[in-house]
Design a protein around this ligand. Sequence first.
Ligand code: 13P
Length: 262
Amino acid sequence: MNKTRRPLIAGNWKMNHGGPTGVSLAAEIAALARAVSHTDVVIGPPFTALAACAAECHGTAVGIAGQNMHSKGSGAFTGEISAAMLKDAGCTWVILGHSERRQLFGETDGAVAEKTVAALGAKLLPIVCVGETLKEREAGETLRVVKRQVDAVLDILAQDAASVAIAYEPVWAIGTGKNAGPTEAEEVHEAIRTWLNGKSTDLAARTRLLYGGSLKPDNAAGLLGCPNVDGGLIGGASLDVAQFGAIARAAEAIASGTPGKS
Ligand code: 13P
């Protein structure tokens, strides 16, 4: 199946490879990205490795993402990083509202919205993360929770022409080895597309919807083949170039209309 949006395969390294090992990993990923001309590849190293990874990937097709940022441009915010600083370090993307930020660091929908405004204002492309917990899924609240999280940024994304991404990451699937099946993932992705479409057909057309949560080489083709899944946000498997490469090639096979090629 050929899809209209280019797939986006993004690695969220979390708190791993913040030094020389990150630069080596970036170099290996830059080499594999040459083989996937229909697929956008992005890596999200820790802050300490952003500039070095960006230098390593300069002139290649690999984009660099921050994993978080502050909504203010500067000031007395010890330990924080602004959108302009991410740009200076070589980022074109920023991951916002990851469930670990929401759960472990108390990030609210409002905070994610403020960060989204600041990112777009600095011409950084946000990957806004949404997703329900196991308790919320079991209570039948999945779509209500995800809609609330999407609604918090909907007007902001619609007012800007940037080709942003929203990552659906069911919290129960992150780092657990338990992924949403293609049917479960597509149900939520289709709902998100419908909400975007209700706001603006242009927004729905230009926004890539990524799946995240135990995305691995063996489940990539099924998940990435769903009509409303435009790529993946990958944690554990993004730290292993063979696994990350296999996932990128699965996206490439779908995008280039040659399923089965890997
Ligand atoms: P895993 O791929 O390790 O489940 O992590 C997903 C994730 O949180 C990406 O942001």
